[in-house]
Design a protein around this ligand. Structure first.
Ligand code: HEM
Length: 133
């Protein structure tokens, strides 16, 4: 393949990725106006959730049952998260249910079930971020 053809192909590939029709939900929510206070509140919340979620993951990986308070904090932040409209609402029910499963498993001292719930949350987070972030 000639150098110019390769360049064209790469440019087309980029265009395809940026095509808004491929990700309608991702673009439509961004088009709505949000106040900067709302954005900041969401950002702060998500940063805190990220720290708690990572800590929970590290504890579970080391074989420890996390402190129930840590899970309660994550769950409470999860409830705050789902009160924000237009940021992946179709997945809010599943998210809430997984937080519930995580909390129940930790409360029961069931590390295997807690790890499963944590991994499922990580998958959902990844899918949501890919689609709506
Ligand atoms: C373990 C669960 C999750 C964690 C720890 C997490 C963490 C984060 C973090 C750190 C950010 C970046 C914040 C920033 O710097 O601006 C973010 C953004 C975002 N998250 Fe999550 N997230 C989680 C689950 C989810 C789920 C389940 C959804 C959808 C249902 C979601 C939707 C979003 C969206 C839409 C943004 C971008 C907001 C914007 O820029 O307008 N997240 N999240």
């Amino acid at each position: 393949m000639k150098k110019r053809d390769r360049k064209d192909k790469m440019r087309d590939k980029g265009k395809e990725k940026a095509c808004p029709q491929k990700r309608p939900a991702a673009t439509s929510h961004k088009q709505r106006k949000r106040s900067s206070a709302d954005k900041l509140a969401y950002k702060r919340l998500k940063k805190r959730m990220a720290a708690t979620f990572a800590l929970l993951g590290r504890e579970l990986a080391s074989g420890a049952v996390p402190q129930p308070q840590l899970v309660a904090d994550f769950k409470a932040d999860g409830q705050r998260m789902v009160a924000f409209p237009g940021r992946g609402e179709p997945h809010y029910t599943e998210f809430t249910s997984l937080c519930q499963q995580l909390a129940a498993a930790v409360e029961a001292g069931d590390i295997a079930a807690a790890r499963t719930a944590h991994a499922d949350l990580a998958r959902l987070k990844k899918a949501c971020h890919a689609r709506y972030k």
